[in-house]
Design a protein around this ligand. Sequence first.
Ligand SMILES: NC(=O)c1ccc[n+]([C@@H]2O[C@H](COP(=O)([O-])OP(=O)(O)OC[C@H]3O[C@@H](n4cnc5c(N)ncnc54)[C@H](O)[C@@H]3O)[C@@H](O)[C@H]2O)c1
Length: 311
Amino acid sequence: MRILVTGAAGFIGSALARRLIEEKYEVVTVDNLSTGKMQNIPKDCKSYIGNVFDSSIIGELKNYNFEAIFHIAGQSSGEISFDEPVYDLQTNAQSTLMLLNLAKETGCKKFIYTSSMSVYGDHKEEFVNEESYTSPKSFYAVGKLASENYMKIYSTFDIKCTVLRLFNVYGIGQNMENLKQGMLSIYLAQAIKNKHIVVKGSKDRFRDFVNVNDVVEAMVLALNSEKTNSNFEIYNVSNSKKYTVEELVYKIKNNLPYNVTVEYIKGTPGDQHGIYGDNTKIKNELNWQSQTNFDEGIAEMVKWAIQREEK
Ligand SMILES: NC(=O)c1ccc[n+]([C@@H]2O[C@H](COP(=O)([O-])OP(=O)(O)OC[C@H]3O[C@@H](n4cnc5c(N)ncnc54)[C@H](O)[C@@H]3O)[C@@H](O)[C@H]2O)c1
């Protein structure tokens, strides 16, 4: 079975590609290496280096018959989307439309997309489920929501479309150089490099963290799902637990063998105060269960990040 995984040079895409290759799938990827690294792409993965919205690359992909498309590549920082909104639209929304069209033209019947909890924006009721209203606060979130809506239309063309709304993903392999994406990785990278963490925004903001291994499991379950009564489903991929920025910083500091100072400065545009995700639907319908305890997950990641720095 042949599968397209866009963004396999990145954190989540590379983890999924490795897992699919282990399961004997043939994996093809497209990545422009903007935040991903060539060495992250598994060696058995056929790769196209370039933009996922490049029509010549999409043309090349028409030569394959993909059983499924995982669209994971994308600009994944809300903050950066304010600097380059047009690029954000191309990379996060136009790309989805072009890949959905590829699926339609080539008879690919499954399309799975990594959307984001950012589509919800801020809510009075902080615990959100898939029926909660969406209210994007950043260009990034607008692009993610547009992609979801394109999928809803393409699902009527007999393509099974699954939206995974990822909450804050963390874990081994996360990009420790990108200081604009990934709350835990940003603070951890600063703590290790400078023994000083600069937090942009309030310490009372909060997030729902989910380990990358659990995210990969959700993706594989979505791929194999036998659910047939609907061609379009949205799932929160979350732990249904909230941690404030202050708690997170404490947990990071607690795992380091030296003292780390913390400074709070002005926030970034479009940042959400906090929501956390009800994961009842993915548990009931895909049989997903988070396997990673947050404290253990952080401890493991800190250990990995320190070893990586020492190399
Ligand atoms: N990490 C999270 O907490 C999180 C949360 C919600 C949603 N997501 C989504 O999951 C996906 C993967 O995120 P990640 O954390 O692995 O980020 P990442 O930056 O590590 O991976 C993204 C990959 O896509 C590639 N890419 C970016 N723009 C591209 C383009 N135009 N053409 C081809 N390749 C391109 C990058 O080089 C990189 O390899 C993204 O779509 C992101 O929006 C991530």
